[in-house]
Write a protein that binds this ligand. Structure first.
Ligand SMILES: Nc1ncnc2c1ncn2[C@@H]1O[C@H](COP(=O)(O)OP(=O)(O)OP(=O)(O)O)[C@@H](O)[C@H]1O
Ligand SMILES: [Mg+2]
Length: 260
């Protein structure tokens, strides 16, 4: 069984009452295996972030379903929903806005542990140091505030925070697009290593196809709310079937070029 199964998810947004809705996400279906990576690509406004938020139940769909490890996520409430929030986490594009600027980074990383009542104070302190060490943030930085770290360091902190509850799935919404290109590869390598160590699955949202080839195993191409093509990464890059996918690939000239 796949870890995550998303079945015909649909979400409309209405600007005003009575006005017809705009389908931001239109019958989107996909699955992600345990330890696998699905890249969700497409232009701005395609509905990628909305899909990620629906999967994590940060917003409610109009119709369609999400199941994780056989659990119907839409049916959860109370304790069940809390348990789900431990299993599925999110990393956003901008760590400056996802980490509280008023508290030291160690406090931000400890927060999910506190929220879910994991460990004693001492155990949490040790776990936070381990988590940060695991993403390459040394213990001398534990007391620093977000403004005192670089963008790349902060994204590592955000990843450590997402890892705190030992999730099975992380939705990464453009996790490196705010970073310098030289730093992007380091953060991608970190995500790859963490996946190999912990068997985490990723829903990796990006508009940057260049990142996808090395990182994802399956790619879903989204346009105007719908998935127009979905295929294993090599097949999508070698034999795109949909014109829109070809247009996206053509915009990244060095991808799929035959090795010389
Ligand atoms: N809370 C909201 N209220 C109204 N409309 C929304 C809301 N969130 C998203 N939308 C609309 O839904 C559509 C999809 O937005 P979404 O943010 O999911 O796109 P995206 O693919 O993530 O784009 P980007 O690459 O720019 O991040 C857009 O037309 C957007 O304006
Ligand atoms: Mg988005």
């Amino acid at each position: 069984m796949a870890l995550l199964e998303v079945d015909r998810l649909t979400k409309e947004f209405r600007r005003r009452r009575g006005e017809p809705g705009h389908r931001a996400v239109d019958e989107v279906s996909f699955r992600i295996e345990r330890g696998g990576t699905l890249a969700l690509v497409g232009e701005s406004g395609a509905g990628k972030s909305t899909t990620g938020r629906l999967v994590l139940r940060l917003i409610e769909p109009d119709s369609g379903g999400v199941s994780m490890g056989g659990t119907d996520v839409r049916a959860l409430d109370g304790r069940g929903l809390r348990a789900f929030r431990k299993r599925a986490q999110m990393v956003f594009q901008d760590p400056h806005s996802s980490l509280d600027p008023r508290v030291p980074i160690a406090v931000s990383v400890a927060e999910p542990l506190v929220v879910h009542g994991i460990g004693t104070r001492g155990e949490r302190r040790e776990r936070v140091a381990d988590l940060l060490d695991g993403v390459g943030i040394g213990s001398h930085l534990l007391g620093r505030y977000p403004a005192q770290l670089s963008g790349g360091q902060l994204q590592r902190v955000a990843i450590a925070r997402a890892l705190a509850t030992d999730p099975e799935l992380i939705v990464c919404d453009e996790p490196v697009s705010a970073l310098d290109v030289s730093i992007q590869a380091q953060v991608i390598n970190l995500l790859t290593d963490l996946q190999a160590e912990r068997g985490i699955a990723y829903l990796f949202i990006t508009h940057d196809l260049a990142l996808v080839e090395a990182f994802a195993d399956t790619v879903a191409v989204m346009r105007a709310g719908a998935i127009v093509e979905q295929a294993p990464v090599d097949r999508l890059f070698r034999e795109p079937e949909h014109d829109y996918t070809r247009t996206l690939l053509d915009a990244v000239p060095y991808i799929g070029a035959p090795a010389s």
